[in-house]
Design a protein around this ligand. Sequence first.
Ligand code: SAM
Length: 270
Amino acid sequence: MPTVEENKSAWDGTYDWSQAGDEWSATWGGADQQWYFSVLPRIHPFVPTGTILEIAPGFGRWTQFLKGLCGRLVVVDMAEKCIDGCRRRFAGEKHLEYHVNDGRSLEMVEDGSVDFAFSFDSLVHVELDVLDGYLRQLAKKLKPEGVAFIHHSNIGEHVEYLEKLKRWGVKDGHPLVKWGLAHPADHWRARSVTAAKFRSAAEGAGLRCLTQEIVNWGTPRLIDCLSTLALPGSGWRKETVVVRNPRFMDEAEEIRQKAPLYARTGLRAG
Ligand SMILES: C[S@@+](CC[C@H](N)C(=O)[O-])C[C@H]1O[C@@H](n2cnc3c(N)ncnc32)[C@H](O)[C@@H]1O
């Protein structure tokens, strides 16, 4: 859990997209703050470039920035609602291509055509079997020097802890949670995934992780991971560097505090 079907019924059904995903950037002080101070610094060696593939764009929270960093941008999402939202939002942009998939397939993308594949704040909800399928396909879709940057779950490292809290009845509202002594929040992360399992799935798929930054997300626990991947025969670094960063949310707070100074929304009159 969450399954492909559960993702479909959440994002293509019940979820209220009226804020286009910007609501998830509030912690950083807005989507542009999050992009320029948190996401872009982590991907800047790979852009601008020719063709970008964005997997699971939602309503285009990152697409709005990626589109200025490439000659061609292919977006693939399992939710029709999201692809329709992106079509409306980016109408008139001739270099964007839109595809609704089944939550597993990248068959609509030509082999050997992608310079940079990107997915952020989406595949955290996707279990290892689905990620494994995407990784196998990405190995074929990337150009020889292509790179993928994938945000995925690491909550598999914490399953025992979360199960224990559940058995003890420690959930939101419990005094231990209020006092910051227990952290039951799982943010709907995919429990079969850890950074190490993702890394070995990548290797099995014919890719290599260049880097893995294991980060906290909405909880002090390091439940997420940002992995950068390339083909083993490419000119990118041969060894994998894995870093555990428990300060990711502190960084978000620092970025948020700078929003009145630097965010577009903060600077605009009215
Ligand atoms: C939390 S939203 C995030 C959207 C966007 N990345 C953002 O940050 O605003 C999750 C998105 O992932 C998509 N998604 C979830 N599972 C997927 C899968 N297996 N394949 C493709 N898209 C998927 C959903 O349809 C939804 O658009």
